[in-house]
Design a protein. Structure first.
Length: 349
């Protein structure tokens, strides 16, 4: 089938007034039409600039291309990467390209009547263990979760005690067997990390995420052995297999977390996984419980662990999918329907 039209839209996400980047350049929806009448939808990043990159440039490089096989998607990714290379390679351009890539996987799945996980090689996990980022811990436990991630921003010395109190509270609610992770969103440094490792050791954290900025690969590599057995996790701010290649060469991280809607879609996710395999690094995609990452997690040797945000399900106004799978009994599974198997609200479809 030939691509006849491509259009990105930027949904009217609710702004909460925090000033965070997500309120300015959040997810876009990419719609790809074909001469076979099949329409694919993908989810990318980059807000209005992401939308402009798709509609103002990459669309012209897509119309007329033929998509009939997984290899055509990979070739299209390379074509778009090359077309946008002088101003791209990273950031918003690859976030926008992610939306196109995912729309192509959705398209091919629908054309063949197969879920995306079938196109990747079939289910390797019937269900995936979910972990909760945010949400009231008691309610999260009552929904069956056995893994939880705490957000922790370090500002002053008082935050050491706050982190220890939080870890104690989570262990009290979830017990010893649950997985407990910390996401520091680049607010720690080496000194803070080592002190936290000491303070939190008795609560057995599984990983520390996004410790310092992703540009400090050598510093991260130096910290890894000193934080063991706590894993050093990261990668949500890195783009394509090129960035993960640099992470691998530096030995910067114990566990990789590409975001499938930002790093270049499923195509980039598969390449990153291949690289991870050759370095014996586990992969646990950022927001892997959202439909775009979930198909990849379920169909590959990604860790049996998927990130979900229970708080976000409480806000039906701020969602654009009508039938995204939810966590039940602590696990989640992709739907057995063609493509990604989700429908968009009519205003975005
Ligand atoms: Mg994070």
């Amino acid at each position: 089938m030939k691509i006849t039209d491509v259009k990105a839209v930027y949904p009217a996400w609710k702004r909460k007034g925090t000033g965070a980047w997500q309120e300015y350049f959040w997810q876009i929806v990419v719609r790809i039409e074909t001469d076979a009448g099949v329409v694919g939808y993908g989810y990318g990043g980059g807000g209005e600039p992401g939308k402009l990159i798709v509609n103002g440039h990459l669309r012209d490089a897509l119309v007329g291309r033929t998509i009939g096989h997984v290899d055509d998607i990979r070739d299209t990714w390379d074509h778009l990467y090359f077309k946008s290379l002088p101003y791209g390679r990273n950031g918003i351009v690859i976030m926008a390209l992610s939306g196109i890539d995912l729309a192509l996987w959705d398209l091919l799945g629908k054309a063949e009547g197969k879920p995306v996980y079938e196109l990747i090689g079939g289910l390797k996990k019937e269900t995936v263990r979910a972990y909760a980022t945010g949400g009231d811990p008691v309610r999260v436990r009552d929904r069956g979760y056995t893994a939880v991630k705490c957000s922790h921003q370090w500002r002053t010395d008082a935050d050491y005690e706050k982190a220890a109190a939080l870890a104690a509270r989570i262990r009290g609610i979830f017990g010893r067997d649950a997985l407990l992770m910390f996401d520091c969103y680049m607010s720690w440094d080496a000194e803070v990390a080592l002190r936290m490792r000491e303070l939190l050791g008795e609560y057995e954290p599984y990983w520390f995420e996004d410790l310092i900025t992703p540009d400090h690969l050598d510093e991260l590599a130096g910290l890894r052995p000193r934080l063991a057995p706590v894993l050093l996790a990261g990668g949500e701010h890195d783009f394509s297999h090129h960035a993960f290649g640099a992470i691998a060469r530096a030995g910067a991280l114990d566990l990789w977390q590409p975001d499938i809607t930002w790093c270049g879609g499923i195509t980039a996710g598969l390449r990153i996984l291949e690289l991870a395999r050759s370095h014996d690094i586990p992969v646990c995609p950022h927001r892997g419980g959202e439909i775009w990452g979930l198909h990849l997690v379920a169909a590959t040797d990604c860790l049996d662990l998927a990130e979900t945000h229970p708080d976000r399900w409480n806000d039906p106004e701020d969602t654009i999918l009508l039938d995204e799978p939810v966590v039940s009994g602590g696990v989640i599974a992709p739907p057995d329907r063609p493509g990604f198997g989700v429908a968009l609200k009519p205003e975005y479809a």
